[in-house]
Design a protein around this ligand. Structure first.
Ligand code: VGL
Ligand code: ZN
Length: 212
């Protein structure tokens, strides 16, 4: 059979959402996700494909309800203005057009990026629609919490959703949580795929299986 090129995808109405790639969720941070920093090179490779890249940040006050001192499940993390709340130093910021912060009120937790707003108070869904975005590619931390919630909300908001499996990592409080979250995303209508499929579809490279 003749070599078959990967079908090119149109990225002009697509956004990359980078969920919570913050120091506290990376090795050495206060709520470190195993291999959390390994999403950074994957995200940096994908970012140039997208006209819109949005980074979300967990952005908690010091007395946030999700912290153990307040009866929540987590150690203190991503406290507003602290180094742990900053994006990973190796994350390429040059394609980011908006920073969305969430979990900013003491009494309310917010896992989904769609519960957050940019610096002028614009919610994530609005700022995407204003830019003509119809498809979102979701990456970041953590697969079983904020990425999961962001993917499910993006589907509810009516976006075509791609979950980039190798561009995310899970906390795995219970073994298998990450895999179950991916299955849930798939069942809800997200396309779960790896970054190499996305890069191939952008560059019209022949798919590896088609190279005979
Ligand atoms: C997250 C736990 C607590 C996340 C945020 O970004 O996945 N997880 N806060
Ligand atoms: Zn949090």
């Amino acid at each position: 059979m003749a070599e078959q090129a990967t079908r090119l995808r149109d990225f002009h109405d697509a956004a990359l959402i980078v969920v919570d790639v913050q120091n506290d969720f990376c090795p050495g941070g206060s709520l470190a996700v195993p291999e959390g920093d390994q999403v950074v090179p994957v995200i940096n490779k994908l970012a140039p494909l997208f006209p819109v890249v949005v980074a979300t940040q967990d952005w908690h006050p010091p007395n946030h309800c999700s912290f153990r001192a307040q009866g929540g499940p987590w150690p203190p993390h991503c406290v507003q203005g602290s180094p742990g709340a900053e994006l990973h130093p190796q994350l390429d910021r040059s394609h980011i057009v908006a920073y969305v912060k969430k979990g900013t009120r003491p009494e309310k937790d917010a896992y989904s990026g769609f519960e957050g707003t940019d610096d002028s108070g614009n919610p994530l869904a609005e700022l995407l629609r204003q830019r003509g975005i119809k498809k979102v590619y979701v990456t970041g931390l953590a697969t079983d919490y904020c990425v999961r919630a962001t993917v499910l909300d993006a589907l509810k908001e009516g976006f075509e959703v791609h979950a980039v499996a190798d561009g995310m990592r899970a906390v795995n409080v219970k073994p298998g949580d990450g895999e179950r979250a991916l299955e849930e995303m798939r069942a809800a209508g997200a396309v779960v795929e790896n970054s190499d499929a996305i890069l191939a579809a952008a560059h019209d490279a022949p798919a590896p299986t088609a190279r005979v």
